[in-house]
Write a protein of this length. Sequence first.
Length: 160
Amino acid sequence: MVRSKNNFFILLSVFFIALFALSFAFISEYAFGLYPCILCIYQRIPYAIVLGVSVLALFFYKKPKIVKLVLLVCAVGFFADAAIAFFHVGVEYKWWEGTDKCSGQVADSIESLKAALVAAPSVRCDDPQFQFILTMAGWNVLYALVATAYSVFKLKLIMK
């Protein structure tokens, strides 16, 4: 009973770790006008996957094998996010070039260019909009690595 209750709170904590990251990203965008570049959007995907997997796993917290698998998936998701964020930091600090989509909106015709300009602001990946000691991508690297370590630590705890 205690172990399954502990599993529930572990899964709940992983859920809230991902929820906080996504909430922070959306609040930064919609409340403060910090529009995301394509790499910022890519960084949201692993958090969304972890969020979905962990919320589903909350219904199966009494099954240790599922909890272990979910924590492994969450650790991999958090680590993947840290890798994407690290790549983004490298683009911001000009250590390497970003993807083809990092230069802003890419249009293949005049009509699509007009539609893209009207629809959303163009944000370059190598031009951070906000910085407090680190850029938001830099903070995300640290946050995702801590989340990875937490997931791995809890997975090892459950494996005993």
